[in-house]
Design a protein around this ligand. Structure first.
Ligand code: IPD
Ligand code: CA
Ligand code: CA
Length: 281
């Protein structure tokens, strides 16, 4: 299937700047406005799946800014859903990725902003991610990527380094919010733990993908990610030279997202396929 055309360099550069400015604005809002005691506003898929007033305010901030500077574009956001546009570009945003960390005062949370071109509602199976930004205000780091233009962190270009053997790989993963999903995820990760250097569960899939891009993780996988969890970080990891995909030759998506150096990722994919790790969503 042929998707919508990828815009030229000037447009891609503009989208990267807009992603950057939008993410920085919302990130300042959630960081500077974080109350000493963050309250849960509501819950979603389980009592553990929380939304704070700041998730809602940050998404509104992103929408207001994006409407102002790119009025014809669509927006898909975690908290307010999909609003179609007319330009062929849709913004896929997660106003706080790592809300549980934000709730507890842990620094690993970020605003994720990506521009995609997609036929209809953005779907990782059919979209092309054009530009993205991940801003982590409590860590004071900003990652950006432009399709075909590389990945950057705080002005430094990122290149995924040569992979260590599997036994020396630091592996990142995450867990869903529903109990039955977590039970299965726990079984899968138990089989991997003896095979790798160690495991990290940092609590933000977007930041995990940036960590693959800048070498703070060697490998990452997670089931159950939504489009807004993965659009921004996936482009950053890919533009740094990582492979980002699903299992059995599919692309990254809700069933499975794996990321890492193309020379090491196949071993992780083989394990996950044999463990039928994607059999749970
Ligand atoms: C979550 C984080 C977490 C991942 C979950 C996501 P949220 O996003 O990315 O690391 O394990 O699957 O839902 O709820 O903090 O936006
Ligand atoms: Ca998220
Ligand atoms: Ca979120």
């Amino acid at each position: 299937m042929t998707g919508p055309a990828v815009p030229n360099h000037a447009v891609l550069a503009e989208l990267t700047n807009v992603a950057h400015d939008a993410a920085c604005q919302a990130a300042s809002l959630i960081h500077d406005g974080r109350p000493d005691r963050v309250e849960v506003a509501t819950t979603k898929t389980s009592p553990q799946d929380v939304v704070t007033a700041m998730d809602l305010a940050a998404e509104q901030c992103l929408r207001t800014y994006l409407h102002q500077v790119r009025p014809g574009d669509g927006i898909l956001g975690e908290e307010q859903g999909y609003e179609p546009g007319t330009s062929g570009v849709t913004w896929v945003v997660d106003p706080i990725d790592g809300t549980v960390n934000y709730l507890y005062g842990l620094a690993s949370y970020a605003v994720l902003v990506a521009a995609v071109t997609a036929p209809g509602v953005p779907d990782p199976a059919t979209w092309t991610v054009l530009a993205s930004c991940v801003r982590a205000p409590a860590l004071d780091h900003t990652w950006t990527a432009t399709r075909g233009g590389g990945a950057w962190c705080d002005g430094r270009q990122l290149h995924v380094g040569p992979p260590p053997e599997l036994g020396l790989c630091l592996l990142g993963t995450g867990f869903g919010y529903r109990r039955e999903v977590r039970e299965r995820q726990g079984q899968v990760v138990a089989g991997l733990l003896p095979q790798v250097r160690d495991l990290r569960r940092m609590g933000s899939a977007g930041l995990d993908l940036c960590a693959v891009a800048d070498g703070r993780l060697d490998l990452f996988y997670e089931t159950g990610l939504n489009p807004w969890d993965l659009a921004a970080g996936a482009l950053i990891a890919q533009e740094a030279g990582a492979q980002v995909s699903g299992l059995r030759g599919t692309c990254a998506g809700p069933a499975m997202t794996v990321a890492g150096h193309p020379g090491r990722l196949p071993e992780l994919i083989t394990y996950l396929e044999q463990a039928r790790a994607d059999d749970l969503v």
